[in-house]
Design a protein. Sequence first.
Length: 320
Amino acid sequence: MLEEIGYEYKVIKVDLGKDEQFKPEFRKISPFGKIPVIIDHDLKLVVLHVPKCAGTALRHAFLEDGAERRMESWFDFSYDPVLKRQVDLAHRPLMDLRHTKLWRWLRRYQVIACIRHPYDRLASACREHLRQKSRATEVQVRSEPPTDEQLLAYLRQLPAAMDAHDLRWVHGFPLHWFTHFGQRPMVDHLIRCEQFSSDLEKLGETLSLPRSLRKRLRAVGEGAGRRESANLTAIRNHPDLQALANQLHQEDFPCFAYNQQKAEFQDQKLKHLIDACLAIGPSHDLPLTNLTPEMHWYYGRTSPRPELRLKPKRTKRAAR
């Protein structure tokens, strides 16, 4: 990104094997120890980062093993002069990448991404939002899950944040925003968090990855580098979280074959917001624009929202 907009920058090598990404000097430039999108030119691979889908451990393995290979990576926050808004360089939806040089490698190389059940992911996204919000909430969620009050505050703001593509809520954006460009899948290999170890083993075999990298991936699959965190089961099973995920992430369930539970909103503020957003009516009466099935303009025009039927990944014919 910095090269694309003409800014000068300095490359600093970070030894992930020694956890240097968590040291104070690295956190000054990347406060949350973010590890970015990875491009391995020698292996002709792109490792995309779908937020809150175990991508950090996977990217660690590729970066550590690729010290002697030609690698590119992105991280940190930046203002995108094309999109005219702030972006998180480590978590960019594919619609935000189309104008960048990275896009050529998505078309030419094999692309890998991790995915996770939308309920589990949204629970983790809420915690991540609080972790980045303030020092006090960061310390809190290290040892305990978000409170009901914190969860509801997060869920009530998420629809508007998605409507505005606000990077502060990027971890809660739908899975397919990071794996598809419109209806077109851009990923060749999906790693499911629910079967992480076996999928990584299969990935190594399918791509004939170097033995050293396969060894690192095997260790990642067995839990190497995983940090302890508070249990989010109660948050994951919260009816308001599931009801909201059913609306905002509705395409992710059939696309990636995840089970969807029936859930009804218990929080009246959230229910009222979503009901208003899902209304079909005059354009300027809607609180948000991207959830309504059909927007009506006063001079007779309508703009319906199409139903997306997404394939989970590229076919061999589509991959380049």
